[in-house]
Design a protein around this ligand. Structure first.
Ligand code: BGP
Length: 468
């Protein structure tokens, strides 16, 4: 039996600091935008952290990471994707000196990974902008954020130079289009935010991202620095050319971010969009040069595909932050996300044709309501065949894409251990191979249990995909 997965393929799992660490105010950490968003990405924000915010405790990874990394190692992880909580390092975001205790936590975490030969893959900014930067500066609308982010990036690149090789600059950078507070720390309410300010904020993030690529390479020439895009293949709902063009325009809004990161210039279709919408991006001298520091690889999340149509009344389908028209050929998860394994092969081919750069799937998985049962050995477990089926089907399509000639560096399944959902802020939307005894009413022992998928994934990794 052969496997399409190349030797050294980076198998692993992904999480984000704010969704599992907890310890939101320990060891000098400042508040982040997540600490005042008890109902998730779309919900209202509070003045101060409130007890119903599941993220304040998360799954207590901050204190239990050793046990969790050990379980990842047992599955055979080659890579573990997490983020650094910016507000652990610079509690307010705009101070000159970092918080040593925050830096030490990630030193210890990365050391623990290396103990088992697990390579960290680190996101610099994953929906957790220091709250002070949001309130005081209106997040990325303000040019000053570029400097604050640069200071932060420089500090962590230098500190973890010998411990972290793989970096991502912003999680799902294109999600700022839909969720400006969570993604861009923009305090101005969404309905009051002008397109001018939104695209200026995006420009600032793109400049910051390219700056990170530049300084990251100066600090460690071996570093591999990628962008991270929320991918959602958009099919025309019908062969009607109106639908085809609607799908193309919708894809442009996502490709735009990859285009700038991979090609170093703004694409023509965005210049047209800016012209037609009266948007005038203010470029500082040197910005065009900075943008030419393009990424080493393209990474993305993939959960769903969507259909697009010229008829907006048909856009009734939920997606990962972005919706569209329902695809009559696909079934949906309990949260209405339509499941499309072949869409992953499609998007891998699209990205590779467009950029000819290595690709990294850094999020993919199924959120589901799991039921804990007693296993044959008397130990609690979850018989999550639905998750195994979802992941297996998607990985088979990754194999197909590799056969198509696409260069894929690795795959990190989202929420490899149960954590708090970004969109709903609940723990009952579970993605993990590891069950965490924690519930939406803030109860639970926080004990960890291996699900059936834990053993399945272990086999996938140990056979380098042959068992799929
Ligand atoms: C992505 C985010 C993650 C994660 C995932 C699943 O958009 O990068 O942070 O949470 O989606 O989404 P959810 O938690 O809403 O199910």
């Amino acid at each position: 039996m052969s496997t399409p997965f190349p030797e050294g393929f980076l198998w692993g799992g992904a999480v984000a600091a704010n969704q599992l660490e907890g310890a939101y105010n320990e060891d000098g950490k400042g508040l982040s935008t997540q600490d005042v968003a008890p109902q998730g990405i779309k919900g209202p924000i509070t003045e101060v952290p409130t007890e119903d915010n599941m993220k304040l405790v998360g799954i207590d990874f901050y204190h239990r990471y050793k046990e969790d990394v050990k379980l990842f190692a047992e599955m055979g992880f080659k890579v573990f994707r997490t983020s650094i909580a910016w507000s652990r390092i610079f509690p307010n975001g705009d101070e000159l000196e970092p918080n040593e205790q925050g830096l030490q936590f990630y030193d210890d975490l990365f050391d623990e990974c290396h103990k088992y030969g697990i390579e960290p893959l680190v996101t610099l900014s994953h929906y957790e902008t220091p709250l002070h930067l949001s309130k005081q500066y209106d997040g990325w609308v303000n040019r000053k954020l570029v400097g604050f982010y640069e200071r932060y990036a420089r500090k962590v690149f230098t500190r973890y130079k010998d411990k972290v090789k793989y970096w991502l600059t912003f999680n799902e950078i294109n999600s700022i289009l839909h969720e400006p507070f969570m993604s861009g720390g923009i305090y101005t309410p969404k309905d009051k935010l002008s397109k001018q300010d939104l695209y200026q904020a995006i420009h600032h993030e793109l400049v910051a991202s390219a700056t990170a690529v530049k300084i990251g390479h100066e600090i460690n020439p071996q570093a591999q620095i990628g962008c991270m895009i929320l991918s959602m293949p958009t099919y025309p709902l019908t062969p009607n050319p109106d639908d085809v063009i609607a799908a193309m325009k919708s894809e442009h809004m996502n490709y735009f971010f990859g285009d700038v990161h991979a090609r170093g210039v703004y694409p023509g279709y965005m210049k047209r969009y800016f012209r037609e919408h009266g948007i005038d991006i203010h470029m500082e001298p040197g910005d065009a040069e900075i943008l030419k520091h393009t990424v080493d690889f393209i990474s993305f999340s993939y959960y769903v595909s969507i259909c697009e149509t010229g008829d907006s009344s048909k856009r009734t389908q939920e997606g990962n932050l972005i919706g569209g028209a329902p695809n009559p050929y696909l079934k949906a998860s309990e949260w209405g996300w339509q499941i499309d394994p072949q869409g992953l092969r499609y998007v891998l081919n699209m990205f590779y044709d467009r950029y000819q750069k290595p690709l990294f799937i850094v999020e993919n998985g199924l959120g589901a309501k799991d039921v804990l049962v007693t296993g044959e050995d008397g130990v609690p477990t979850v018989n999550d065949d639905y998750r195994i089926e979802y992941l297996n089907d998607h990985l088979v399509q990754v194999g197909e894409a590799i056969e198509d000639g696409v260069e894929v560096m690795g795959y990190t399944s989202w929420g490899c251990i149960d954590l708090v959902s970004a969109s709903t802020a609940e723990l009952s939307k579970r993605y993990g191979f590891i069950y965490v005894d924690r519930h939406d009413d803030n109860t639970g022992t926080l004990e960890r249990y291996r699900k059936k998928s834990f053993h399945w994934y272990k086999d996938v990794i140990s056979t380098n995909g042959q068992s799929l």
